[in-house]
Design a protein around this ligand. Structure first.
Ligand code: GSF
Length: 204
């Protein structure tokens, strides 16, 4: 399988963590793609009209996106413990946590486009501030939930872990650990997993 990927995308990282945790590393050829919404990649657009990474070409040859669909597909390809609980309350908790982590990444990526990509005279600080307020409210909610995150792994915890990793990468001054000590303690252990240490984004 081929995946349009990139070293700095938190959504790609989520899929890469999934690939490693599920023992699928040898089955996915990761192709680096450099893009922004105003500098699209033609080969990616042919596979995914939304022009976003990650995009996976599955075993049947068809393109799969976005990260949620890719991760659920990959979960069907291995015999290890599943990252998507099959049914019941555990499934809804994991899917809601995935939505929480993905939403944090969406907001943080949009705020970054606004503050880095958009020409300075066109920037709207209230809008970027509104996106970061979503991130901060999410951190507060996760602090309340941190005691229940435990030491296991599933798609919800992968997404939350990648969202926190993205904050460290792009917003190192956010200083979320001091105000969210239980979440910080959970993340310290989660971030020590091999799948996380081997997918840390490069400097710069
Ligand atoms: C979000 C992917 C995304 O925003 C998912 O895969 O879960 N809901 C999707 N990807 C960004 C790169 S990033 O992770 O910062 C992307 O491809 N942006 C290019 C664009 O044109 O929006």
């Amino acid at each position: 399988m081929k995946m349009h990927a990139g070293p700095t995308s938190p959504f790609v990282r989520k899929v890469r963590v999934m690939i490693i945790e599920c023992g699928l590393t040898d089955r996915v050829d990761q192709q680096p793609t450099t893009l922004t919404p105003i500098n699209p990649a033609a080969d990616l657009n042919r596979d995914n009209p939304l022009g976003k990474i990650p995009t996976l070409i599955g075993e049947a040859g068809a393109a799969l996106f976005d990260s949620r669909v890719i991760c659920e597909y990959l979960d069907t390809l291995h015999d290890r413990p599943k990252m998507f609980p099959a049914a019941g309350e555990a499934r809804w908790v994991a899917l809601r946590r995935q939505a929480q982590g993905d939403g944090m990444m969406d907001a943080a990526v949009l705020a970054r486009y606004e503050t880095v990509l958009r020409p300075e005279p066109l920037r709207w600080s209230d809008w970027a501030g509104g996106q970061m307020a979503k991130v901060r409210r999410s951190l507060d909610a996760l602090e309340s939930e941190a005691g229940r995150l435990g030491d296991g792994i599933d798609i919800g915890r992968i997404s939350i872990g990648c969202a926190l990793g993205y904050l460290d990468f792009r917003y190192p001054d956010e200083g979320w650990r001091e105000s969210h000590p239980r979440l910080a303690a959970w993340y310290r252990d989660f971030a020590a997993r091999d799948s996380m240490t081997s997918t840390v984004p490069p400097e710069g």
